[in-house]
Ligand binder design. Structure first.
Ligand code: AMP
Length: 489
């Protein structure tokens, strides 16, 4: 039983990746531009990366572990990816199950021709669908829910690829952004609530699809618009076409793109993530009476919010922590023990700034409490007089099932402890979170206003827009677990 539990923990498909997708049509440099786009989107996933291209006759695929800059950095590899169409993917590190066959884009031959698929997000009924497909005789090669989508497309009886895709997306549920490619068509799909992001850009005669606009900046493409929620866009003969197969509903993008995930220079609903984050910091300052000597950000995640906080309070802002840029995000480390170490690997106190100071330490979010507790200790050990922790988002009390890697309820500190208890745990002098209304005010929405939208904010409220169909009892993941114990390639 313990063995099974261990397997379950390692291969729990609920703990899923937040990835990056990219695609480009009609460009002589399709693969190079895809590599550059993926490089700009590296923050969304560092475990593996891949590119699939089409040269008019054949598909080509290169998939690697690690960073884009380390893998798609020379002519040799780009030469293996000829053609005017390419799609790419960065995979986020999961808690286990590292295998090259899980690295995307996936490719399949269907009776309508080949199709490459790159997916960001998480399906909430993937296991249920997968079990049905397996019962019907399907053979799965990976442990990724993306393969379920590929199987559903391949299995569809419809003739045209777009219709096959519509068939498939009517069956899947969850948060997803898909970039796909067939012989002469680049396709983008965003889930009915628009939980996961997907944007359209233009570069000369090429259309570009990407998770974030920062991927357009690096290649000189112009931002055209977001793919709408529930919309399928496809580029055929250099023309952008669109289908909206679902009944219209209000968009509910994931609030975590605003708080943490998107790169600060990416545009979300008309403003950069940086502007929103500064506003969150300013809102937090408005809700806070405390005074101190200086505001210190947790680099880099708390930078914008700390600036906004300091500006609002007219307080000194200084860099009390120096970051080693050659270490990835803390969450990359799969075990709690290594994760704790990770904070030390990444940050070092800046002694002259900290000594004898009353410090307001600002970060964007608190998940397990690992980062805050390590940094508070670090600051006190370096001679800080007082450390007051301020978090520029509300308490995360509920796990995510749509593609953001927030852990189970058991591991979420705010799901199990009061603010006072968390403050005691991280050993800060005081602790404050931004209110939910403050978060919306920071995005420019006021609850008293009729236009007050609701984003996908279940992390704080427990209101999940899409039902969680898969019940992950141990029996239900056995099959996945067995699969995952197979060789790592
Ligand atoms: P923790 O140390 O567990 O409390 O996590 C908080 C830190 O992780 C903050 O510095 C955040 O910027 C960062 N963070 C928040 N959400 C995520 C996520 N989904 N993936 C990776 N890092 C995150």
């Amino acid at each position: 039983m313990r063995k099974l539990k261990k397997k379950f923990k390692i291969y729990n498909p609920k703990i899923k990746e937040e990835c990056a997708v990219f695609g480009i049509s009609n460009s002589n440099d399709a693969s190079t531009l895809t590599a550059l786009g993926l490089h700009a989107l590296q923050h969304r996933g560092q475990e593996g990366c891949g590119i699939v291209s089409y040269d008019g006759k054949k598909y080509h695929s290169e998939k690697r572990f690690g960073l884009v800059g380390d893998n798609f950095n020379d002519e040799k590899v780009i030469k293996k990816l000829p053609g005017k169409y390419a799609i790419g993917h960065n995979r986020y590190s999961t808690t286990g199950g590292t295998a090259l066959r899980n690295v995307q884009p996936f490719f399949a031959d269907t009776n309508a021709g080949g199709i490459g698929v790159a997916h960001n997000g998480n399906l909430t009924n993937a296991i249920t669908l997968r079990n049905k497909l397996v019962q019907d005789g399907a053979i799965f090669y990976t442990t990724s829910d993306t393969e379920t989508i590929v199987q559903l497309i391949a299995k569809s009886k419809r003739v045209k690829t777009i219709d096959k895709i519509i068939d498939a997306i009517f069956q899947i549920q969850g948060g997803y952004a898909l970039v796909m490619m067939t012989q002469n068509t680049l396709i983008g799909v965003r889930d009915p609530y628009g939980i996961r992001p997907l944007v359209i850009g233009k570069l000369k005669n090429s259309y570009v699809l990407a998770s974030e606009t920062c991927a357009f900046d690096i290649i000189g493409a112009k931002f055209v618009r977001e793919v709408e929620n529930g919309e399928i866009v496809y580029i055929e003969n250099d023309e952008l076409k669109s289908v909206k197969p679902f009944p219209p509903r209000k968009i509910r993008p994931c609030v975590f793109e605003y708080i943490y995930f998107s790169r600060p220079d990416s545009i979300l609903n008309g403003k950069t993530a940086y502007e929103y984050r500064k506003n969150f910091g300013a809102q937090l300052a408005k809700e806070d009476k405390i005074n101190a000597d200086l505001v210190v950000p947790v680099p880099d995640s708390g930078n914008a919010a700390a600036l906004g906080y300091a500006e609002e309070k007219k307080m000194k802002f200084d860099l009390g922590l120096i970051r080693n840029h050659y270490v990835g995000r803390t969450f990359i480390e799969p075990s709690q023990q290594i994760r704790s170490l990770g904070v030390k690997l990444k940050l070092n106190p800046n002694l002259s700034v900290i000594k004898n100071k009353k410090i307001i330490l600002v970060d964007d979010s608190l998940v397990r409490g690992t980062t805050s507790s390590k940094i508070v200790k670090m600051l006190y050990d370096s001679g800080a007089k007082e450390v007051h922790v301020r978090i520029a988002s509300p308490e995360i009390k509920f796990p995510d099932f749509y593609g953001v890697d927030t852990p189970t309820k058991k591991e979420l500190m705010a799901a199990n402890k009061s603010i006072d208890e968390i403050c005691g745990f991280i050993k800060a002098k005081s602790l404050k979170f931004l209110s939910l209304n403050g978060l919306y005010l920071g995005m420019g929405f006021d609850k008293r206003n009729d236009n007050y939208p609701q984003l996908t904010d279940h992390h704080f409220t427990g209101e999940y827009p899409v039902k969680i169909i898969d019940e992950l009892g141990e029996d239900k993941v056995t099959q996945l677990s067995l699969l995952s114990t197979a060789s790592n390639n």
